[in-house]
Design a protein around this ligand. Structure first.
Ligand SMILES: [Zn+2]
Length: 302
């Protein structure tokens, strides 16, 4: 296989993002620092004396990762990590320390676009070591009830995602990862919920930081807050954002062709654990199609 190896990347300087946590509703500040080669992505709980939680699927809390992805390690927990993980994938960032003031990432506007803006504001630097890249080695189907993920080898990350909520909210979208396409087509898509679930979630201590500004809310008659919507099929685009973020918990970006039907955080991360335990991922040394066209680079990195 011919191709070049990309070098690892991190931020040029630190950047701070402040807001509220989607589920716990607490003020949330994330300070994102550059990190040495081979650090990976590591969360730090400032409020717990600097306990660290590595962004890895082995740390996913399987019982809690339903509405958001929750990681726990060293007696510390971090919640709603999926959107910053997706942004890291989208900008090919390999190493950073995400220092949190509390248990949850700030939800910001419910999408990944503010992480992208913050990373670009901080600047991105190339490091001296080659980046790791994982590839799907053979076709696999992972099915549980009506949820399905099918994967096969590919020279890039591509996904077709399908959602079907009650036969009413049905969308599908295909996406192939490049920095340009991620920023344009996926990063601005907001998280969403159903009006009928809001009371139940809040009674269970979740979605306390949710609002009409940071989540699309779908009611009996359709979307209740169209002013917050960017794309007509934003729900499925956000599912792709979540899938990208969850798959980044492999510890490195993955290439492969994925077909996902009715997935969610718990199912995505169970699938990723399956890929690892069944040896369906292999580290590759050459990236067959990873370089973007020079036009895209000129447009977005000038
Ligand atoms: Zn999400």
């Amino acid at each position: 296989m011919s191709g070049t190896v990309r070098n690892q990347r991190t931020l040029k300087q630190s950047v701070v993002l402040e807001g509220v946590g989607l589920h716990q509703g607490l003020p949330a500040r994330a300070t994102i620092y550059p990190a040495q080669s081979d650090t990976g992505i590591v969360f730090v709980r400032e409020d717990l004396g600097g306990k660290t939680v590595r962004a890895h699927v082995g740390n996913v809390s399987s019982t809690k990762s339903v509405l958001s992805t929750v990681l726990s390690e060293n007696d510390a927990e971090v919640q709603t990590v999926e959107h910053i993980m997706a942004a890291a994938t989208g900008l090919y960032l390999d190493n950073m320390i995400i220092s949190l003031s509390g248990p949850e990432m700030p939800i910001l506007d419910g999408s990944a676009i503010n992480f992208i803006k913050a990373f670009r504001q901080a600047g991105i630097v190339e490091q001296s070591s080659p980046a790791r890249l994982l590839a799907i080695t053979r076709p696999v189907s992972f099915i549980h009830g009506n949820k399905e993920i099918h994967a096969e080898p590919s020279s890039q990350f591509e996904v077709n995602y399908e959602i079907d909520f009650f036969g009413k909210l049905v969308q599908d979208f295909s996406f192939r990862l490049t920095k340009h396409r991620f920023q344009q087509e996926i990063a601005p898509s907001k998280t969403f919920c159903f009006a009928s679930d809001v009371e139940k979630m809040q009674a269970a201590g979740m979605a306390k930081g949710g609002s009409f500004e940071n989540a699309l809310v779908y009611g009996e008659e359709g979307l209740l807050n169209p002013h917050a919507q960017t794309f007509e099929n934003e729900f499925v685009r956000h599912k792709i954002l979540d899938f990208l973020g969850d798959m980044r918990l492999a510890g490195a970006p993955i290439i492969g062709k994925f077909t996902v039907k009715r997935g969610g955080h718990a199912f995505h991360t169970r699938f990723l654990s399956h890929l690892i335990s069944e040896n369906l991922l292999a580290e590759i040394e050459h990236e067959p199609v990873y370089q973007e066209s020079s036009m895209e680079l000129a447009l977005h990195w000038a």
